[in-house]
Design a protein around this ligand. Structure first.
Ligand code: AMP
Length: 197
């Protein structure tokens, strides 16, 4: 069960209103399902929209922001918890530890970096948590095709591709996350993870 969900998304609003509307709905849905939103802690772009909408619905919202971005991304003043960390690496580690799963909404290279890092950590057995793309209006179609090509060409193992959740509906994404069964990590690292936890 995913009780807390990390959402990665653009620090911009994007060019079409559907991105903003989706971010509003994602914040609202996470709160209505009684889950905690974990996110980058700022008020800029889609990030701020998700947090505002989760808070408006009475949801719990936890932000994790590095000190250098407190002013640039306008740290949100009304969160349930705000963790101020030393750098980007600590942000990603903290967000990963605080979350039971990860969703990327449309965004730019920062968003891609964050979700891909969590997906690679899942492949290595650093955690066994689900990773998902919310494929709003076909935004991620080309990326998913490219990942399928990487699978066909023998670079991404099919079990990791199959474990990647992608759907245009936030409800369906969250439902798949709740029923997620982690694939066996690379290099037989699953035993290590299971005995350590
Ligand atoms: P973008 O999708 O490019 O708008 O980036 C979204 C947000 O991701 C940025 O505003 C940062 O807060 C965050 N971000 C970007 N790069 C990194 C990184 N290397 N590590 C952690 N967070 C990042």
């Amino acid at each position: 069960m995913t009780n807390s969900i990390a959402v990665f998304c653009g620090s911009a609003f994007g060019a079409d209103s559907i991105f903003l509307e989706t971010a509003q709905n994602v914040g609202k849905t996470i709160a209505q399902q009684g889950k905690t939103l974990v996110y980058g802690g700022g008020r800029s772009g889609l990030m701020g929209v998700i947090a505002d909408n989760a808070l408006k619905e009475g949801g719990k919202v936890v932000g994790v922001i590095p000190e250098i971005l407190v002013n640039k991304e306008f740290a949100h003043p009304n969160l349930t918890e705000l963790h101020i960390v030393n750098n980007m690496q600590e942000r990603k580690l903290k967000m990963s530890e605080l979350s039971d799963g990860f969703i990327a909404l449309p965004g730019g290279v920062g968003t891609f970096e964050e979700i891909f890092e969590q997906w690679t950590w899942a492949q290595l057995g650093i955690h066994l948590k689900p990773c998902a793309f919310l494929n709003v209006d076909g935004f991620y179609d080309d990326l998913i095709k490219f990942l399928e090509k990487s699978t066909e060409k023998g670079f991404t193992h099919p079990r990791f591709m199959q474990s990647l959740i992608h759907d245009s509906s936030i409800e369906k994404v969250m439902n798949q996350m709740d029923h997620f069964i982690a694939p066996e990590p690379k290099w037989g690292m699953v035993e290590k993870v299971q005995t350590e936890n």
